[in-house]
Design a protein around this ligand. Structure first.
Ligand SMILES: C[S@@+](CC[C@H](N)C(=O)[O-])C[C@H]1O[C@@H](n2cnc3c(N)ncnc32)[C@H](O)[C@@H]1O
Length: 243
């Protein structure tokens, strides 16, 4: 049984590896962090397809819409969205407040859905294939950065948050919604156990990250934080800035 599992895992890794190589060839001419840096570019086709399907379900509207309003809906000026995925925040950007949005998404499969969802936007949005760890923008470019359900998946969250701090204008705001590590030790332990499987099947998603702590460690000052209870998927909604 274990051998069968390992064999299936190996087949999956070879399949994903081959797909990634194909996609890297295709994306060589697209905007990337340095033009040669591809280390964080992914192609999670299976996860993207499932995520898109779930996005059309009732949970998205009833649970996530208010949180998107509380984050993307508050953005103003020149905005960076990190990891927009299939573009569910796009319709929440307010044309009365937002000049334009740069949306940096590293995953090729997600980008396809995001491109389709551009038509829901009421503000100009430019999609760029790039990861949080290596943002292709000058220092102090953005008034607002938005990240929703992203930092559970970012490979190097500390570096990603340093990059956000670099591209944010002094006094600018980071709006974030993330599911995070449980404050209850026993639940956190179960999250630790689930995480390796969750990473495999849901695009590197870690159930056990203390993202608010990482935001503070990156030198950003948390100005508001709301904790949403949940046993295995508690969430945090926060705003942060720096001077
Ligand atoms: C669960 S989806 C969330 C998508 C969207 N933000 C939302 O609220 O529906 C996580 C997204 O984070 C992206 N992601 C993963 N690693 C990333 C990284 N290093 N930098 C930026 N985005 C990343 C994934 O490609 C995926 O699109």
């Amino acid at each position: 049984m274990i051998k069968l599992g390992l064999l299936l895992q190996k087949c999956y890794d070879i399949y994903v590896g081959n797909e990634l190589k194909k996609e890297e060839k295709l994306t060589m001419n697209q905007a990337t962090p340095t033009g040669t840096e591809h280390s964080h570019i992914t192609n999670h086709r299976f996860f993207a397809r499932i995520y898109e399907r779930l996005s059309r379900g009732p949970t998205e509207n009833s649970f996530m819409d208010p949180l998107r309003r509380e984050t993307a809906g508050q953005a103003r000026g020149v905005v960076l969205e990190v990891g927009p995925g299939n573009g569910l925040n796009f319709s929440f950007y307010d044309p009365a407040q937002v000049e334009h949005v740069e949306a940096a998404e590293p995953d090729t499969a997600m980008l396809r859905y995001a491109r389709q969802r551009l038509e829901t936007a009421r503000v100009p949005i430019n999609l760029v294939q790039a990861a949080a760890e290596n943002l292709p923008f000058a220092d102090a470019t953005f008034d607002t950065v938005v990240a929703t359900l992203v930092f559970c998946s970012v490979t190097d969250p500390a570096r990603g948050l340093q990059e956000i701090r670099r591209v944010l204008k002094p006094g600018g705001t980071l709006y974030m919604v993330e599911h995070v590590r449980s404050p209850k030790p026993w639940a956190a332990r179960i999250q630790d156990i689930i995480t390796p499987l969750a990473r495999r099947v849901s695009g590197n998603c870690h159930w056990n990250r203390d993202t608010a702590r990482k935001v503070a460690e990156a030198g950003l000052h948390i100005t508001s934080q709301r904790d949403l209870r949940g046993i295995f998927l508690p969430m945090v909604v926060l705003q942060a800035t720096y001077q």
